[in-house]
Design a protein around this ligand. Structure first.
Ligand code: NAD
Length: 443
């Protein structure tokens, strides 16, 4: 099938590449010309495991192409995926300017039947808005071309995006047009061969499903974080509590880890946008307000531990930092908890040597003026003469380090662990002071 994907970011690139992998003829559009140039030279603007090789393979087979030419991209696909950003406005609502721009582009250039499939996370009612924008353009042009609008929110996780797309738990499809539904069922058929995982519903329910999913996941994280803070005071171990509750199938083990708060490009903005939608409709989402509040506080939990340990005086101190990205296997720095810590330590007059397996270039891009922050070549390299190590992202490579070597490199054997990677008693035996989240503090 001929498919156009509008937006070549995390969602657009993965969608386009996975569709091409199954033999579709995919053209990917972006208004960011530098991204398209890079992609056309064989580069990849983001890090996602396995993506580079897959893009290479499908470009070589001419099934995947990139363009910044809007007319060409609209002409190409009967199916037009919208996968542009929906960042937060100042009031927390979703900024729909990129979605509206994409709809305008389609309306201005389409001449034949198109299925516009919205993959961006958008507030309920956006499907109607997209339909109205396209219809208005067609009226201006005096054209009577027919089209359908579909809500098809994306559930992929950065770091496992290809696997999630190729083997989805479910494909939520808000579709009220039979021709569009048939086309999309055919397009997705290879992805759901084992089980029919397509959930067909109305557009509004599909749009809401995405926000509801992220709200539920963010709630689990904030609740676990608050329980962890309490466990620490009570002398209980949140890791044991986690196992104890996860064994209940109604709760399950996924997404129960205590840490330094959620970040990334989705949870913070989607939790805010859903509350905003509720407010605009005259109701309060009290639970979500608390989830957001708890998360903001959690991002400072490590800061409090550091302040307490060093009696508040951090000027002239030097910290090693393991992990910058908001989670492992991605270079995404949007709303990463590490940024809150970095900002605080630098403002106090401390210096930082940081290492992240893939996010250092992106960190440099989003924090260009962070004087006092430098980057190292490997986890051990940043430990030299640091007063303490702070772990902010649970990369696999950080899980089994050589503690004896670490002790020799650090000027003080102190670890603040925002991801509970190590066993407190084991670290005690290795001679470390160890400050995890919601577990025994070793000092
Ligand atoms: P992104 O910022 O990585 O990519 C968006 C891309 O769209 C950018 O490259 C931008 O230049 C391009 N763009 C903007 N306006 C355009 C236009 N009019 N025409 C063509 N290209 C345009 O964003 P993302 O992380 O891929 O997220 C996209 C959407 O998917 C958001 O609504 C997000 O909430 C949602 N989502 C993201 C994830 C994720 O893990 N990143 C997961 C599920 C859903």
């Amino acid at each position: 099938m001929k498919v156009t994907v509008i937006g070549s970011g995390y969602v657009g690139l993965v969608t386009a590449t996975c569709l091409a992998e199954y033999g579709n003829d995919v053209l990917c559009l972006d208004v960011d010309v530098s991204k398209i140039e890079l992609l056309n030279q064989g580069g990849v603007p983001i890090y996602e495991p396995g993506l580079e090789e897959m893009i290479k393979r499908n470009r070589a087979a001419s099934r995947l192409r990139f363009t910044s030419n809007i007319a060409e991209s609209v002409a190409h696909g009967t199916i037009q995926f919208i996968a542009v950003g929906t960042p937060p406005n100042e009031d927390g609502s979703a900024d729909l300017q990129y979605v509206v721009a994409a709809a305008n582009h389609i309306g201005r250039h389409m001449n034949t039947y198109k299925v516009i499939v919205n993959k961006s996370t958008v507030p309920v009612g956006t499907g109607d808005k997209v339909r109205a924008v396209i219809a208005a353009q067609l009226t201006l042009r005096g054209l009577n071309a027919s089209f359908a609008v579909v809500a098809n929110p994306e559930f992929l996780k950065e770091g496992a995006a290809i696997d999630d797309f190729m083997r989805p738990d479910r494909i939520v499809m808000g579709c009220e047009d039979e021709t569009a539904s048939d086309l999309l069922h055919a397009l997705y058929a290879p992805f759901v061969r084992n089980h029919d995982r397509i959930l067909l519903m109305d557009i509004r329910s599909a749009e809401m499903t995405k926000y509801a999913a992220n709200a539920m996941l963010a709630t689990r994280i904030s609740l676990m974080n608050e329980l962890a803070n309490l466990a620490e005071i009570l002398g209980a171990d949140i890791e044991l509590v986690r196992k104890g509750i996860g064994a209940d199938p109604r709760i399950g083990y996924h997404f129960l880890y205590a840490g330094v708060g959620y970040g990334g490009s989705c949870f913070p903005k989607d939790v805010q946008a859903l509350q905003r939608t509720a407010n605009e409709n005259g109701i309060q989402l009290r639970v979500l307000a608390a989830v957001e509040h708890a998360n903001l506080a959690q991002k400072s939990v490590i800061i409090h531990k550091i302040k307490q340990r060093f009696a508040g005086n951090l000027a002239g101190m030097h910290f090693a930092l393991w992990g910058l990205a908001f989670k492992p296997n991605t270079d995404d720095m949007r709303d990463a908890p590490s940024r809150v810590l970095i900002e605080y330590l630098l403002a106090q007059g401390a210096t930082i040597a940081a290492y992240d397996p893939v996010a250092m270039i992106e960190a440099q891009r989003v924090m260009p003026h962070a004087t006092g922050l430098r980057y190292g070549e490997g986890p051990q390299a940043v430990l030299k003469q640091a007063d303490a190590l702070v772990v902010m992202t649970e990369w696999k490579a950080f899980r089994s380090p050589d503690f004896a070597e670490m002790k020799a490199l650090l000027s003080q054997a102190i670890i603040f662990d925002g991801r509970n990677l190590y066993e407190p008693q084991y670290l005690a035996k290795q001679g470390f002071e160890y400050y995890p989240i919601g577990r025994e503090q070793i000092y």
